[in-house]
Design a protein around this ligand. Sequence first.
Ligand code: FES
Length: 220
Amino acid sequence: MGVGVGVRMNSVAVGLSRDLAPKRVMRAVAYGHDLAVWRDGENGLHAWDNRCPHRGMRLSHGFVRGDRLACLYHGWQYRKDGGCAYIPAHPGLEPPETIRAQTYSVIEKSGVIWVSTGNDAQGVDTGPVSEPLRSLTFFCAEAIARAAFEDTPFAGNLPQVESTGRLVAGGHPVAVLANPVTESETLIHVLTSAGVGIAAKKALSRWCEAARSVAERQAA
Ligand code: FES
């Protein structure tokens, strides 16, 4: 299965694994849903609706306590399955099962966090092209962002497009993963191979920025 230009998935790349440390929470977006993505104390990964069932506070502002995510506002704590485990204002109360955060299917593959709004987050196996290069926000539609990578020269030459959908820029393999945040904003994650040296990574990073300029000029 291809990984780059023009390929759509049942799951979307919401972030790079390296950007979410253990016991941390980050905000993300998948298919227009605002998410809180967090790692529990055993490094388990979770993706939830970014809304506390109590009064709607963003759970991405919360904090991790062992295997629970606690809301910043009134401190309600939620188990890994999304069910409410503890309400500080009523410490003797066993919270009803009906109080639970909306959970989504999430996995990690090729150094990327993938979320599905269905039951089966799969992600893409990018094979050896699994070294995170960088993430960038493009203020344009997904299709424009993807196409810009094909249309932006690297060291004077346009990149080649492989049958897998991957690109080869200046001899360096590149996977471009796109997350359409809105119709005019796209989050892009770029991967390359572990063997690519520092100087080449810097050059690829500048090429990504050039692609962003191309895309945003076209969208303007
Ligand atoms: S809004 Fe989250 S605990 Fe009250």
